[in-house]
Design a protein around this ligand. Sequence first.
Ligand code: NAD
Length: 487
Amino acid sequence: MKIAIVRETFDGENRVAATPETVGKLIGLGASVSLEKGAGLGSRFTDADYQTAGATLTNTAAEALRDAEIVLTVRRPAAAKLAGVAKGALVIGALDPYGNEADVAALAKAGVTAVAMEFMPRITRAQVMDILSSQANLAGYQAVIDAAGAFDRAMPMMMTAAGTVRPAKAFVMGAGVAGLQAIATAKRLGAVVTATDVRAAAGEQVESLGAKFIMTDALKDASGTGGYARELTKEEQAAQAELVAGHIAKQDIVITTALIPGRPAPKLVTKAMVESMAPGSVIVDLAAERGGNVELTQPGKVVDHNGVTIIGYTNVQGRIPSSASQLYSRNLVSFLETLIDKAEKKLAINWDDELVKATVLTRDGAVVHPNFVATAAAAATPAAQAAVAKPAPVVPAATDAATPQDAPVKAGAAKAPRRAAAKKPAATADAAAPAEAAPVKKAPVRRAKAPAAPADGAAPAAAEPAKKPATRRTAAKKPASPAKDTE
Ligand code: NAD
């Protein structure tokens, strides 16, 4: 059972699909691992480390891939590159199929079994395989680090002999996995943090991290299915805009993470709102890859508007590649463990397993995923091919109740990580954990220190299942700043 890992070729992608640690685990499962030299260097994993872990190094990608039964990847590889792999080889990664139907069809034609990890159902059993959560969690952290880097003042309150410096005010919009981690990180750095979301349940989670939740009375709860948000009505949007406009002008740092499955990112911060902020303020738009929450965001760029810095990096998790690769590669191993017969040391795929059914895009030369079968048929004609290449629809759904996947919905924005609609907001090991979590069997309970205590720098608040908000609220001592500063 040969597993191949090659260098990622997508521009700016520094992550790698296996680390020396996971290579050891893969070998433990009975596999041999071939790795193209230099594949881990972007994440600072050396060839020597991989070799020590038991990998065979190859000079070229083609050598690594030759006769491989499994290919682990971060991004979707070009079908042409996979020419030498074994018939039916599994190609497992974040394959980003929506808007890329022609590439998916090419993978089918190449005879590989393409597996899209972002379609992993968000059910208890699969939490450990949830690449969306593991990567969003890091992105939320990195967003605050990027904000701090661009901010020309200190984040925490500084009491010095020369006087006191007030803490920065940070506002997080969207309190899902990334947003909750951003809140926790900003708190650790000593900022005074407020947050908003359109799901009422997010309020308790925000408060459990020691931040203040703000929401307009006009918007009671816009929870959609699966723990996700629904799109707001025009009236609700107007009420939210009014709330945000009044609040944002007083903020130093704004982190936006708001997403709605199947839609382009909602526009929450207008040009006028940006112009209401003081020069030196910083906005990080984590939704940039889906078009952005901020009107002035330019995906992939950092722009300055009247002294306000707007950071629109895409692939933010890729800016912290070593950690991102560690978590991502563990997600892959956890999934692979369900596909391998450990005694026989060979692939033994249960094609009826809901995890397999939800993630397999192509098999035996055909596109088999229900969300793509129709488009694959249409793509058979050149005219249709041109048509399907344009839109970037979103949303595969997969839930604990194993509901069938939603039909894709067109999104205006281009490629983006797509969300599998989660039935339950169960606490995840690696994600900023939602408080309304459904029972989670294996959620590790960390005894975090007070999440809001900025000085210890060790409070993994957002990584902790927010099961005990009361306890954590007690623990969450506010930074020395007065509470009224929060608005
Ligand atoms: P997401 O990336 O789809 O959206 C990010 C956040 O933006 C969400 O909290 C959403 O409510 C919010 N949002 C949408 N429109 C908004 C607006 N107009 N203004 C402000 N905020 C807005 O969400 P996610 O991080 O993938 O999490 C979605 C849900 O899934 C959450 O309830 C989360 O706790 C849950 N979850 C479950 C699991 C699991 O069961 N394994 C794992 C991860 C997340």
